[in-house]
Design a protein around this ligand. Sequence first.
Ligand SMILES: [Zn+2]
Length: 390
Amino acid sequence: MAMIPPAANARADAYFEGGYWLILWGFLYGTVVSLLLLQLRWSAKMRDLAERITRFRWLQTTIYWVQYLLLTTVLGFPLEYYQNYVREHKYGLATQTFGPWMGDEGKSLLLGLVLGGIIVVALFAIIRKLPNTWWIWGSVATMAFMVVTVAIGPVYLQPIFNKINRLDDPKVTVPILRMAHANGIPTNDVYEIDASRQTTRMSANVSGFGGTMRITMNDNLLRRGSLEEIQAVMGHEMGHYVLNHIPNFMMFLFILVVVSFAYLRWGIAWALKRWGERWQIRDIGDPAVLPLVMLLGGVLFFVLTPVTNTETRRQEKEADMFGLNAARRPDGFAQAAIHLGEYRKMRPGPIEEILFFDHPSGFDRIHSAMLWKGENLELFEKPAAQPAAH
Ligand SMILES: [Zn+2]
């Protein structure tokens, strides 16, 4: 930790702590946008327009969704621009100029129109067909949709934004593949993504589901990390893979989705009884209800932030310990923690860690690595000279 210059430390702390406030501002901003759409009856007007264009209900929902997403994207743009462009540049984490950044924003919007359109149309169809039990079937449909999206992610979605290649550098891949095979991961490929197109952050991840599950490292890690560091990070990622963290997290999300839908079922009925007439929303099967769904959902997820962070952090800690054991590169792991400290606070207080950290802190990671090394010193001592044969 003493290796990090204090100024760099202060900068990373400021960046990370700013992120705490952005959670609050994002929540408040979203709430105000939803309230505007409801109170000014813009939502009802968008629905009326959709109904004038077509009599097919699924098409009405689609047209409503397109209007809704375009309008909220425009209204949300100032915060989006500050958070993901201005602020990232201010802290030296962004590599894109405005044009390419807007290009990526446009792609995200198109993806939102298509993927969001599919799930929104499906959910409203379920609500209208099954007005009493929709929240159960809606949860099942949402979950199925999420599984499919995660499964197609690395193959069809990520390539929309970045180039992903098989890495062809035996110096890097051979030790990684040996580690993978030793830990029961049946692959002969290491993937690399050109994340430097958007950011200076070093990272790697596990993505996909079932047949598409894979580990990818980004080119910043490849370029700036030492071999030892790369192996330590890949050991961590293999932990996510071997410990089935993606399917486990899906189960956690499933519980969250069922709870959210039960809460929405109750919350929407309550709100519509009081303000439905004023907002000109007929019932829960009316697409104009969407801003209310986002408003209520926003409140729930804001309150649940520490819960979702804690579940993620728990998995990350598991992957840390797996990675130390699999890669046996405690110094590389500590080095990686220092590199990640470029955009994460190294030493938070205990409450701060519980509320805001979705990974163990840098301090925790370095401490674990040194503890591991201390208990495995025999791996690092120079082999003693062989006693001469008699
Ligand atoms: Zn991880």
